[in-house]
Ligand binder design. Structure first.
Ligand code: ES4
Ligand code: ZN
Length: 326
């Protein structure tokens, strides 16, 4: 069976990766030591044993604790370089990386430190690893829209270093429309727009992400299969879904990988893609997501080809350059 080899070797784009979720336990401990930051885990193994999640919030609590070791530009650079090297090994040709500045600025880290460290890693990776990488700034939806506006303001001196904005963190109780005005402003600024919606939240959140925020892609969106009219809208407008199977498994969105609806989304003609989300926490980078999902759900070579094409179509690579991948 040559399907695993095809999955590993095919060029692909990654469109849903939180850089703070690529921070491996070893690097968390190394940075904690380097920066003299205390973390509430005695060892790498104890930290790993805490990675038993029941839902999104149980994960986020540990994810924010892990990010607390990041202080200096070099820390952000090292984290992103490690991810980019790992992604290149999985034949990721292009990646669009989420980052959560509020997780850092709330601890007194400067916006400049965060963005400069991540951006330098992206520039160096293009030259040294032949992987193209862009940054997408995410607003934390459990915080206020006023705080999102303040974050945007702090980031605008670096407008040339990120291509868009997204919306992440605790979904339930924080619908997209809470951020209507800040997304309208980002749209005026010519930024690309995406939002997490329909991970744990209802199809209604996907509708408002599309119709009120006017996002170009939906992150996760797996709950769309509960709403036939929404499925038609996503297919008709070719709105991509950045699906993350191992994330959905680890956060108990689906009881087993075999129950995942990625096959149904593809068969309905949606521009679905496979991504890693928070690979250090969910048990796998891109190829592990492809391999385990194909093994569990019985997807075949034509689905692999479709997913690779979808990933480049759904990317924000300039249209001229994009044609080389399709
Ligand atoms: C996230 Cl899986 C997921 N969902 C929402 N927000 C996030 N931030 C990092 N991972
Ligand atoms: Zn995510």
């Amino acid at each position: 069976d040559r399907l695993p080899e095809l999955l590993r070797r095919m060029p692909k784009a990654e469109l849903h990766i939180h850089i703070e979720g690529s921070l491996e336990p070893d690097l968390i401990f190394a940075l904690a030591q380097r920066n003299s930051v205390a973390i509430p885990y005695a060892s790498v193994d104890e930290l790993r044993r805490a990675y038993a999640f029941t839902n999104l919030q149980s994960f986020l609590d540990i994810y924010y604790a892990g990010a607390s070791v990041l202080l200096h530009e070099q820390d952000f650079y090292d984290m992103a370089r490690a991810y980019l090297a790992r992604a290149a090994m999985d034949n990721v040709a292009h990646t669009e990386i989420f980052f959560d500045p509020q997780t850092h600025t709330a601890r007194g880290v400067k916006m400049d430190t965060v963005i400069n460290g991540l951006h330098c890693a992206c520039v160096d990776a293009q030259a040294e690893l032949n992987i193209s990488a862009s940054l997408i700034l995410c607003f934390l939806r459990h915080l206020s829209e006023t705080e999102a506006f303040e974050t945007l303001e702090q980031a605008l001196p670096h407008r040339d270093k990120f291509i868009g904005v997204g919306l992440d963190s605790s979904e339930l109780g924080h619908p997209p429309e809470k951020f209507a005005r800040v997304f309208a402003r980002c749209r005026e600024l010519g930024l690309h727009l995406v939002a997490h919606a329909g991970e744990e939240g209802p199809p209604a959140y996907i509708w408002t992400a599309l119709d009120i925020l006017k996002v170009e892609r939906i992150d996760h969106g797996v709950q769309s299969s509960k709403d036939a009219a929404l499925m038609q809208r996503l297919a008709r407008d070719r709105i991509p879904l950045t699906v993350c199977p191992l994330s959905n498994l680890k956060l108990c969105v689906f009881p087993q990988l075999a129950d995942h609806n990625i096959g149904a989304l593809l068969e309905a003609g949606l521009v679905a893609t496979i991504n890693s989300d928070d690979p250090a926490y969910f048990g796998g980078y891109m190829n592990e997501n492809f391999l385990q999902t194909f093994a569990a759900t019985g997807l075949a070579a034509q689905h692999a080809y479709q997913l690779a094409c979808n990933s480049f179509e759904a990317s924000f690579i300039e249209p001229g350059a994009k044609r080389r991948y399709l």
